[in-house]
Design a protein. Structure first.
Length: 593
């Protein structure tokens, strides 16, 4: 692994082509493979840009979704390999990509000293030897993909008959990745989908080879240890090995926010750290039993990587997570939205991000999935949503239908952000003859849902000028709250140097330690829960509240002990922690039905 950070999946469009921008520098990144229409159009764009033959894959073609995904991933793989081969032939001179490659790698990388020695070498023959040695270190970052497990609608043929399960959205996407040339990982996120997990086991691309290696690996994105164990055991029983656990903060992240029941990131990471060996042994025992029945005798447990992401913003936090919790890498997501060399964000949205304030970032109920969603008040999609309500036409046209799930109005599922659904729901609401304040509250809940299929894809169309006539231009973006501390557009070099502590992009001493930021988000989350459920209190909700508060208090106690182990942080950050923890305790004491 060249770098100690990766770029996680960012919406649909924001990291759709990140590997083409950063993989040649050894940086791993993740492509969403939810939207095959976006993927097909980006494939066409890059084929034209690189003078490659483009053969369209039409929606009328058999298994078009899978083939679109495979074709795009193969193109990305091919282009990155060409970039790497070209870099290896370059001269080491100022401004060359090969020189930049070795400038960007961390000081701890074994090639860094060779590079520095090469620069100071005076003997021509020795200098040439060192240059040749350095070329052997050049390695592309991983081109990983992400599937949200539960975004898995059933598809139909032209006669309206349901296709078999293997043609559902998630399974077709997985097959597209499995059939591609990539040797990397699929990150399965957003919970367990038994149908999808069973399908993984059927695909030979994910089976362990005789030498112990894998062509395709499984990564689970999880919010806590228990979820990781349950999902990994389920897969192990089917002969599928989890090669990485990607632990993400429940709330201090971008995109969908899968809040835990009050479990905080620090204690979660400690549990992973303390149970790594136990976890690997338990999973291997189950995994080995399965393969023994298939007459394959694996004697040694494959390795497991542990990575963490969500709210990381400083070099001190980065190093602390790697060293104290003994994790392998850290994900830096939202800050990279401000790095055009790494991600794909349209200019209007980029400018809005750099001029944002804290209140512009908020956890909303905007997602049709019914999961809390990190929203951005200054997005053009949010402006369009409000405009449609004011014009008396709330909701969006529903064209792609990736998030259809609601069957309140018949057997054909609707998306809760769609105009069709919201119109029916508002008519139903009007029939209740509620008091105005209650009506307004329910109306706001219905119309808060926004179209993510179009909104999260359109930034790429705007950026590359491939928007079609009559397509809407409104952009949805889902940055984490940590984004507010980054106030400019940055180069790739600037962001990497920030991650590795060469200089600091955050010119504000008021930014709290990432664990404190997450704690504050959780306190706000449970306060909102109480507010939203104040009119429907029952024993179950009271017990949930008490359990949630107790978990947070245990987390606070853990942080009170942890503060003595925080090394490499400024005294300003450390000195504020006791008071910040005390304030959280006081706030929690006041949270009650």
């Amino acid at each position: 692994m060249t770098h100690s950070f990766h770029i996680p999946v960012l919406g649909l469009a924001f990291s759709i082509d990140s590997p083409l921008k950063v993989a040649r520098f050894g940086i791993s990144s993740v492509i969403s493979i939810v939207d095959d229409e976006l993927i097909e159009r980006i494939r066409e764009y890059y084929c034209q840009l690189n003078n490659k033959e483009y053969l369209p894959i039409k929606k009328t073609d058999t298994d078009f979704r899978s083939h679109r995904i495979s074709s795009y991933l193969n193109l990305v793989s091919q282009l990155v390999q060409e970039q790497i081969e070209h870099m290896r032939t370059e001269f080491f001179e100022k401004g060359s990509e090969i020189d930049r490659y070795f400038q960007l790698i961390p000081e701890s990388h074994p090639a860094k000293k060779i590079y520095q020695d090469m620069l100071s070498e005076t003997d021509i023959v020795e200098k040439a030897k060192k240059k040749q040695n350095l070329r052997t270190f050049i390695k592309a970052g991983d081109i990983d993909v992400n599937i949200m497990s539960k975004v898995d609608k059933i598809n139909y043929d032209k006669n309206g008959n349901a296709l078999e399960d293997t043609f559902s959205d998630a399974l077709a996407a997985l097959r597209g990745y499995a059939n591609s040339q990539l040797q990397s990982s699929v990150i399965l996120s957003a919970g367990m989908n038994p149908k999808l997990y069973a399908y993984v086991a059927e695909l030979p691309a994910f089976w362990q080879k005789e030498d112990g290696s894998f062509d395709k690996k499984i990564t689970l994105k999880v919010s806590d240890f228990r979820s990781a164990l349950i999902q990994a055991k389920y897969l192990a029983k089917k002969g599928v090995w989890v090669s990485e656990f990607r632990v993400e903060s429940g709330l201090n992240c971008g995109g969908h926010a899968f809040a835990t029941d009050g479990f905080l990131l620090g204690p979660i990471l400690a549990e992973f750290k303390n149970k790594k060996l136990e976890l690997q042994q338990e999973l291997f025992h189950i995994y080995q039993q399965y393969w023994n029945q298939q007459d394959k005798n694996f004697q040694q447990a494959p390795p497991i990587k542990y990575t963490v992401q969500g709210g990381v913003g400083t070099a001190s936090e980065h190093q602390f997570l790697l060293q104290y919790y003994e994790f392998d890498a850290v994900g830096w997501g939202s800050p990279f939205l401000l790095v055009p060399e790494a991600t794909t964000v349209d200019e209007e949205t980029l400018k809005a991000l750099t001029t944002s304030e804290e209140h512009d970032f908020y956890i909303s109920e905007a997602s049709p999935l019914g999961v809390p969603f990190n929203n951005f008040r200054k997005s053009s999609a949010e402006r369009l949503r409000i405009k449609r309500i004011q014009e008396g036409r709330p909701g969006s046209p529903c064209k792609k239908k990736y998030l259809v799930s609601n069957i309140d109005f018949g057997s054909e599922p609707l998306c809760t952000a769609s105009r069709a659904y919201q119109h029916k729901k508002i008519q139903e609401l009007k029939a209740k003859s509620l008091e105005q304040k209650d009506y307004d509250k329910e109306f706001a809940r219905i119309t808060e849902k926004t179209c993510l299929c179009d909104g999260l894809a359109v930034p790429a169309y705007l950026k590359y000028d491939i928007l079609k006539p009559k397509e809407q231009k409104a952009v949805s973006i889902c940055p984490g709250p940590n984004t507010v501390w980054f106030k400019n557009k940055y180069s790739l070099d600037q962001m990497i140097n920030h991650i590795y502590g060469k200089y600091d992009l955050i010119q504000n001493d008021n930014r709290p330690f990432l664990f404190i930021s997450e704690l504050q988000l959780y306190v706000a989350h449970i306060k909102k829960y109480v507010e939203m459920n104040a009119d429907t209190v029952n024993d179950k909700k009271i017990k949930y509240l008490e359990k949630f508060k107790n978990q947070l208090l245990e987390g606070i106690a853990y942080y009170n002990r942890l503060k003595n182990d925080l090394k490499g942080f400024s005294s300003h950050v450390i000195d504020n922690i006791p008071e910040q923890l005390k304030n959280a305790e006081i706030e929690l004491a006041e949270v009650k039905f």
